[in-house]
Ligand binder design. Structure first.
Ligand SMILES: [Zn+2]
Length: 145
């Protein structure tokens, strides 16, 4: 009878210095890719805007500007999370859940190296957000009358 589950125990063990170094490289790579992609998108947009004739409809330009803004916001958000994760590595708390203090599993960190919550807390947060959205939606419906 296999009472022990070594793969699971290992998964919830704190990261070794070597593993931390691995995650650091992973995060730095992700950061560099993100910055490169943002720069690329900006260049493409600048090129397409430069090509447009004077009589181009404003809606297209507005759409592109909104798209660029959205892209920038999303990238900024992710960059912030990556920087925070890198700081957490320096502070030696990278694999600690920000909310409950338990170990964030290695599998989760590999999937999301910028994660700061364990899977339990993350699910709880998502449930809360969903509940909030649902409530807000209901309230809006009530106000339609
Ligand atoms: Zn947690």
């Amino acid at each position: 009878m296999a009472r022990k589950r070594p793969e699971r125990a290992e998964e919830n063990a704190p990261l070794t210095p070597e593993e931390l170094e691995e995650f650091k490289v992973l995060l730095q790579d992700k950061r560099a890719t993100l910055l490169g992609a943002t720069e690329e998108a900006r260049k493409n947009l600048a090129a397409s805007t430069a090509k447009t004739p004077d009589e181009v409809d404003l809606a297209t330009l507005e759409y592109e500007a909104a798209f660029e803004n959205r892209l920038r916001d999303r990238d900024k958000y992710l960059l912030g999370k990556i920087d925070k994760a890198l700081r957490r590595i320096e502070d030696g708390e990278y694999d600690e859940c920000e909310s409950c203090g338990s170990i964030i599993s290695k599998r989760r960190l590999f999937a999301r190296p910028e994660a700061t919550l364990c899977i339990m807390c993350k699910e709880e947060q998502e449930q809360r957000e969903k509940g909030f959205l649902k409530k807000r939606h209901l309230r809006e419906e009530t106000f339609t009358f």
